[in-house]
Design a protein around this ligand. Structure first.
Ligand SMILES: Cc1cc2nc3c(=O)[nH]c(=O)nc-3n(C[C@H](O)[C@H](O)[C@H](O)COP(=O)(O)OP(=O)(O)OC[C@H]3O[C@@H](n4cnc5c(N)ncnc54)[C@H](O)[C@@H]3O)c2cc1C
Length: 428
């Protein structure tokens, strides 16, 4: 029992946190060396900086510059323990979680498991399309893009189109950033590697069901992104709904189709829930229904923060956006409330401070909605780079990413186009 964890000291409580993402790590930081025993569980031994996954997928960054060992983040924390453990069930009566390394008990449980893909019941999409939520998926996508170029080179003429075409489904920040990065790959990098291929044949499609890209940003940012991407040669298809995908053909609209071996899914996410709590605590998008103090409704000692939590407020009736700042701010507020509880003070309701949204499209090209002003172009791009560098975990990672960006900028290159582990599609 308890995966060899020590019992909490007399008078102390154990807080178990599931997930070492933005929410989990910021909660632990807030509780550093407090009276609580803090136990973090994650199925991986590292934290992933998801906003830069698309650069790993397109050969701009190595995976280890956007990941950081969780144990290392918390060196010197006296009240902290970590276990690599995938949590499969929660028993709120016995106050314990079931994991692949055994049962672990808690006094307070915080679910910070983030989100997974939502394919909206499109079976073919879930089977054949490439998602981008983890480092493994980013590496798979990098391999597939390069493998398909190699296949295009040797395929009979009649089959080549499907290897050239890349279809991105979903025009949110991830879709927009990927479309821009792949277009730059096509323009500046692939012509040197594949001089035998006429790269005009490589078409990049960005399909979005709604009437604009970047629905979470202002209309002017959406229009800016549309103009920039179409100017770069991306085929942006708005008001277009994909019907499904069979590994070769993407069906969309009433009866239209595109040939492609590379379809990237960035159209929907849903809460990554853990079994054990009733269906009644799940709201829209499979997210836990929490109150203003992050408590899952109906459970005294079980909390949810970050992407997996849905807190309905006056300004955000359908929940806060699933972005890093929300996860970070919720973690800090919950941590503060745990500390306040111990000193007999009342808890503070969560209030989100929107620090803005942005998306980068390519070199010198980005759109940003910041408090009080919106900007685009090179200035927005520089802000985007600065914010992402500063938010990366670990000084070494910041330096490595900065040098990589500088090199890519000067050389127009994406040096890391390696197929280390060829991607094989699992069709089951
Ligand atoms: C490609 C991409 C680009 C993005 N770009 C931006 C951006 O530019 N700006 C922005 O603000 N946001 C961006 N986001 C969203 C942002 O990354 C999320 O909002 C944020 O990561 C949410 O933090 P979290 O802590 O809730 O979850 P996560 O960061 O997803 O962390 C969840 C953790 O829980 C662990 N876990 C899950 N289930 C279990 C389990 N059963 N057992 C054990 N461990 C488990 C996971 O391994 C993971 O470490 C992007 C997301 C993606 C995928």
């Amino acid at each position: 029992m308890d995966a060899n964890l020590k019992s909490p000291a007399a008078g102390s409580d154990r807080i178990v946190i599931i997930g070492g993402g933005f929410a989990g790590i910021n909660l632990v930081k807030k509780l550093r060396n407090s009276v609580y025993q803090v136990v973090m569980l994650d199925k991986n031994n590292y934290h992933t900086f998801q906003p830069l996954l698309y650069q790993v997928a397109t050969g701009g960054l190595e995976p280890d510059s956007i990941a950081y060992p969780l144990r290392k983040i918390f060196h010197g924390y006296k009240n902290f323990s970590f276990r690599v453990a995938a949590v499969s069930n929660i028993d709120t009566v016995l106050k314990q979680v079931e994991t692949d390394v055994g049962l672990i008990s808690y006094d307070h449980l915080v679910i910070a498991t983030g989100s997974g893909n939502n394919f909206f019941n499109l079976g073919g999409m879930s089977r054949y399309a490439m998602p981008l939520k983890s480092i493994t998926e980013a590496l798979d996508l990098r391999s597939l893009i390069l493998q398909n170029m190699e296949s295009a080179l040797v395929a009979p003429e009649i089959e080549r189109e499907k290897y050239f075409n890349i279809v991105i489904v979903g025009g949110g920040p991830t879709g927009v950033e990927l479309a821009g990065a792949i277009t730059e790959l096509k323009k500046h990098v692939l012509p040197n590697d594949y001089p035998e291929i006429n790269l005009e044949r490589m078409q990049i499609y960005l399909i979005e069901a709604s009437e604009r890209l970047l629905a979470g940003l202002t209309v002017s940012a959406s229009e800016g992104a549309y103009k920039t991407l179409t100017g770069m040669g991306v085929n942006v298809m708005l008001n277009t709904r994909v019907q499904d995908y069979d590994g070769d053909l993407v069906k969309y609209g009433a009866d239209k189709q595109l040939k492609s071996k590379t379809v990237i899914w960035s159209a929907g996410v849903q809460g990554e829930i853990v079994n054990g709590l009733g269906q009644e605590v799940l709201k829209r998008g499979n997210r836990y229904d929490v109150d203003a103090y992050h408590r899952i409704n109906g459970y005294e000692n079980v909390f949810a923060i970050g992407d997996v939590a849905l807190m309905s407020t006056e300004n955000y009736p359908t929940g806060h956006p699933m972005v890093a700042q929300v996860a970070i701010q919720q973690a800090r507020n919950l941590g503060q409330n745990f500390l306040r509880q111990r000193s007999g003070k009342s808890e503070t309701a969560f209030k989100y401070k929107d620090l803005g949204s942005m998306a980068t499209i390519g070199r010198n090209k980005a759109v940003a909605d910041l408090p009080g002003f919106s900007t685009r172009g090179r200035f927005a791009w520089l802000i985007w780079m600065f914010i992402h560098l500063m938010n990366l975990v670990g000084f070494r990672n910041r330096v490595v990413v900065f040098i990589n960006w500088l090199w890519n900028y000067i050389s127009y290159d994406r040096a890391i186009r390696l197929v280390i582990r060829p991607f094989k599609r699992n069709t089951h």
